[in-house]
Structures are given as structure tokens and as C-alpha cells.
Design a protein around this ligand. Sequence first.
Ligand code: ZN
Length: 431
Amino acid sequence: MSSLGIVGGTVLTPDGRVESADILIDTDAGIIEAITEPGAAGATTSLDASDAVIIPGLVNAHTHVAMALLRGHADDKELHAWLEEDIFPVEATFTAGDVEAGAQLGMLEMIKGGTTTFCDMYFHEGAIADAAVESGLRCLLGHGILTLGKDEAGIVDDLETASSFVSAYHGSADGRIAAALMPHAVRTVDSATLTEVAAIATDLDVPIHLHCSETTGDVEAVLERDGDRPAAVASAAGVFDRDAFIAHGVHLDEDDLDVLAATGTGIAHCPTANLKLASGIAPIADALDRGVPVGIGTDGPASNNDLDMLEEVRQAALLAKAEQQDASALPAPTAIELGTVGGASLLGFDVGRIEVGAPADLAVIDLNAPKFTPRHDILSHLVYVANSGDVRHTICDGQILMRDREVLSLDETKVRETAAEAAVQAIGRVA
Ligand SMILES: [Zn+2]
């Protein structure tokens, strides 16, 4: 057995304790073989975790990673105007090569920030899957299906692209890559197609992920089109009969939350994007009270504008307190759970906890900085102090993706240069 030891540090346990321990990983199987007393691991290779805490790899439950190419292109605008005037025209010119370049950039950033698993919806999704294979990350991917502005042939084509993507990639890279059906949003996909998507997802036995109730405009448009609110429309179409989770859920009323709770449908909460695009504040504390599963996502890097999951976890904790006018809302232990095992459950991966036998998806957070002093409560520091720059090592599926801030699976210089060039070219095509 080839083994990897992460030694000399402390470990965040599934019950929220931080204790001194070493971790021994079976790198062939990609699982945690043992959690031992300090100094007892005895691995063939080791990573230094002294003055650091080992946490489960972070799970970005909703993004469009290739939008890294559009980061900083037209900010400070309302969502629909921003999409229609600035984003869609450039995206329409993207080649598979552009998408792959953007995806590699986003994955590089996620590895550097301790994210090991993500969920992505976009187009040219095969290029994103190829980048994911190379990066070593774990992911749930899907082709975004749209009916708004398309004729019947275009819709059929979209459904076929989405289904073939699932057939080609679901379970690939030794199970690191899973696929889902991803209708873009209740607003942008008509209810007949949502019904069809639910049937195809049942047939292919994959989950469904879609945007829902991100803005008041989303809710109004669906009310006008279908006479009911987005969550009710998706539910009536059978979407929530599958393993399903929505992105955003900013404008959910009590009936909507009841529908999600009754069907076990989760929310990928994207607090920073909701703030930046002035969409509103999602009722996450109420959702959790009702037992709705919740994970945390950054959304695309053009609406955030980064992929820093530690910052996103903090944002979720802070925003819930403001929304509830209650400082005890979404406390640190809950926030870190949502950013790890909570998101993993939505995506259908059995990761997000440090336990013997669990997949070895880990991030080592360096605590050697003034801001982590004193250490009354390391878990509090993880939520209220740490950010992506504090990640020392990233491990996914038992493989070292980053050691001492150097990414091993991707060539950082080349990825940054290629993406920067692709971004300039793409914006130039519409200027
Ligand atoms: Zn999104």
C-alpha cells in the first residue's frame, strides 16, 4: 500500500472538536486509513501539518467555473441586465478551448483555497470535465438546459446534449466525476421541459440541479407564465421527486420552504453573489429550522468575484445573523458543516468528514499568523478569520493537489497565462 501521512497537526473531527492527531491515507484506495496519536502514522510520504489544522476539503455547491474568464467584466449591475447586456454576448463566442481555459483557472483557484469538490453548470461541459480530470478535483457537472428563446429543435438538441454528457461522464475518473441533469432555472426552462427533464433524470438515475427564485423578477416571471411560484412549478413537474437541489432560493416563502422540506430538496446558498447582484438574502436559518438540506456555493467567479469557500462560509454565517437580527443564528460549527458535509450531501458524494474509511479529501489550514493568535477556539477562527490564502496543502481522493502552496496537478503559470489570453480575446470579439 502506498501511504501518505499528514503529521504534526490538529484535526477537525465530525463532531466539531479539534484534537492533536496524524492522518494516514491509503493513496491507492484514496481513503483515510487511520487517525492516530501524533507520531504514530508511519507513512511512506508525509505532509507537514505542524501549527495547522486539517479540515475536510471544502465543497463549493454551486458555480460556473469557466466564468473565471469574465471576472471583473462589467460589475455593479443588476443580475438580468448584467447577464443580457454583458455576459451572454461574450459567452456566445466561447469555444470549448475558452471554456477549458476558464475552467482550469477556476480549478487552480479552488485547489489553492482548499476546495476539493464542486458543482458546475455550464455549456461545453465536456471541456470542464476534461479540466477536472487533470486537476484531480471531485465534481458534479451538468450541461445547462435552456428553453427561453429557443425553438423546438433547439430544445431537443439541448436535452440530447445534456443526456449524452451524463452518459459520457457520469462515474468517470474512478467516480470522482458525477453528472446531473441541470435545467438552467425555473424561469428559463418551460414547465413541459422540466417534466421531461425529471423523466430523463429518472431514466438515467442522476440528480437534478437548477437555479430557483434567485430574484423577485424570477418569481414574478414564473407566476405570470405558469400561475404559480417557481418551487411549486418545479415540484409539480416532478423535479423534486428526484434527488434535487436548487441554487440561491433567495425569494422562498413559507409554502416554498415547506415544498423543499417535504421533498428533501436542498439549497446551494450563494450569499456573496446574492449580495453583489442585489438579489436579496436567502432565508437560510428558516430553511435549516425546517430540515431543508443546505450547502454553500460561490456561484460563478464573475458574480462573486472569487472562488474562496472559506470567505463564503463566513459570509453565510454573517448574513444569517443580519437576516435574523440574531447573533446566534448560523453559528460557526454549523457554517463549517454547511461548507463541507452539507454541500457534499447535496451533490451526492460521501465526503466532507474526517473519519477512518472516508474518502481522503482534506485541506490543511496554516495557523502560523498573527490573526490566528490566541487560539481560544480554532473552529471559530476557521469561520471568522481564515481565507483561501491560509491553505497550506490540498488533498483530494488521497492525492496531493497542492503541497506548501504549490499546485502539483496543474501548471499555475501556464494556466494563468492561457486563461488571461483567452479572456482578452473573448472580450475583444464583442467590443
Ligand atoms: Zn448560478
